[in-house]
Design a protein around this ligand. Sequence first.
Ligand SMILES: NC(=O)c1ccc[n+]([C@@H]2O[C@H](COP(=O)([O-])OP(=O)(O)OC[C@H]3O[C@@H](n4cnc5c(N)ncnc54)[C@H](OP(=O)(O)O)[C@@H]3O)[C@@H](O)[C@H]2O)c1
Length: 251
Amino acid sequence: MNLTGNTILITGGGSGIGQALAIKFAQLNNTVIICGRRQNKLNETVEREPRIKAYCCDVTDPLDVDRLSRQLQADDYQLNILINNAAILNYYNFSKPDEFKLDAATLEINCNLTAPINLSMALLPQLLRHPHPHIINVGSPGGIVAISPSPLYSASKAGLHAFTQVLRLHLKNQARVIEVFPPTVETEMTTNLPRKKVSSEQCVNAILDGLRKGKDEVWVGEGKVVRMLMNLLPPAWVFRLVNSQPSMQVK
Ligand SMILES: NC(=O)c1ccc[n+]([C@@H]2O[C@H](COP(=O)([O-])OP(=O)(O)OC[C@H]3O[C@@H](n4cnc5c(N)ncnc54)[C@H](OP(=O)(O)O)[C@@H]3O)[C@@H](O)[C@H]2O)c1
């Protein structure tokens, strides 16, 4: 993939990996547009890299997505890359059903799975109008091996993985469809996670390396261990092994 001269929309560009991706891509002479719900977080990214354009958009709201899609066309962006990065991670203990909140669960699944599907479909006509169209979905090793404390994050990322595989098949000869698998990264999402973390910048440098090499799946850092274990051992063993770690205990 050519890492320069593109027009890229990055969802969730106001913080974490999305912010680091936006800044890096802007520095590489791409036109970068970010979206998110919190205007103040979007402003922080634009303050760090004023060439980035920001639009407030809740990706779980179909009206907001439709408005953003029209706005991008009205502003004459030649969009050729969509990066579905926005996501939410909640913690659950299914042995305590009285603590389960359907609203939060629905929002998590919508943000992590339904929204990337809707955005891809809403923006595909624009993407296909320009050279080198790409859809890049930010997945997770937790979507390949389910994680006990964050089961709906895992379930939605597993769904995103299935969607990505089929989208790649359906769009072959029309667009590149890529999935990236970050390791544990120091961001708002992992504040309560007692695990070794890499910085967003380190993660993004490795992602860009993989994209440059033209891979369909870009695995970064410790995530590669998960992929290797899945290739070597029965999935049920990997599930037990991963979830026996102290950081995987539910509260
Ligand atoms: N951090 C990790 O260890 C890790 C590991 C593997 C994969 N990932 C994946 O990497 C991606 C980025 O995560 P991160 O760690 O950078 O988390 P983060 O800092 O919490 O960023 C998530 C971003 O998504 C935005 N967002 C959430 N809901 C949204 C909505 N409904 N509409 C629009 N934007 C929304 C948030 O902004 P607003 O709240 O302002 O909307 C925020 O900027 C995610 O897909 C995550 O699953 C992260």
